[in-house]
Design a protein around this ligand. Structure first.
Ligand SMILES: CC(C)(COP(=O)(O)OP(=O)(O)OC[C@H]1O[C@@H](n2cnc3c(N)ncnc32)[C@H](O)[C@@H]1OP(=O)(O)O)[C@@H](O)C(=O)NCCC(=O)NCCS
Length: 184
């Protein structure tokens, strides 16, 4: 487990798949994701099997938040979304990161910022990366704000980099370099 203040990241299990299918088919959740078509249980099972292959240039993790049961005060961890390293390049020592929080009641509570901070820590301190980058649709104002709060710097713009709802939209490129991470 990789623990943050209020969240933890853990390896994905097959039992996560039904939740992913539900979330990734929700139009509000998938609005700013690189997904064009609906997702099936079989699609996600295939993704899971591919992810188990070694070596993999993808390192996904489930995002869980700590909850205290009102009766009895017991603590348990609830899955709210997923995040991942992708396109890991061991020569350049760079990787792309991405995340989605499928539980919409958990948006705008700082969890996305915390996930990105944990991925940066893991990427620099464990994987020994030098550059961690992400792509985000220009219209995804909440995502951009979360990434800025986590320390990502605006780096570039893919003009008309995506096509959604009948029109082209720009995609922003943001990154953090090890030198910037070390300065914090
Ligand atoms: C994008 C996403 C990861 C952000 O996570 P989150 O937990 O909601 O983000 P945070 O709460 O850490 O930060 C969001 C910030 O954006 C702000 N925000 C939200 N909507 C906004 C808007 N329309 N305009 C400006 N700011 C906005 C919030 O107020 C918050 O800033 P603040 O803390 O300064 O008030 C999450 O909403 C999500 O998973 N969405 C669906 C999938 C997705 O878009 N994934 C990312 C693809 S790149």
């Amino acid at each position: 487990m990789i623990y943050g203040e209020r969240i933890r990241l853990r390896r994905n299990e097959r039992s996560d798949i039904p939740k992913f299918v539900e979330w990734l088919n929700d139009p509000e959740v998938r609005r700013y994701l690189l997904l064009d078509l609906p997702i099936s249980q079989a699609n996600e099972e295939q993704w899971f099997e591919n992810m188990l292959k070694v070596p993999s240039n993808e390192q996904p993790f489930g995002i869980e938040i700590r909850e205290i049961e009102p009766e009895g005060g017991n603590e348990h961890w609830r899955l709210i979304g997923n995040c991942s390293f992708m396109d890991m390049n061991w020569t350049v020592r760079s990787a792309e990161v991405g995340l989605f929080i499928g539980e919409k009641t958990c948006w705008n509570k700082g969890y996305g910022t915390e996930v990105m901070q944990l991925l940066l820590r893991l990427g620099f301190d464990t994987f020994n990366l030098n550059r961690i980058y992400l792509r985000v649709y220009e219209a995804n104002k909440g995502g951009i704000r979360a990434y800025e709060k986590a320390g990502f710097v605006h780096e570039g713009r893919f003009r008309q980099g995506t096509f959604q709802n009948g029109k082209y939209c720009d995609v922003l490129l943001m990154s953090v370099l090890r030198a910037e991470w070390n300065q914090k």
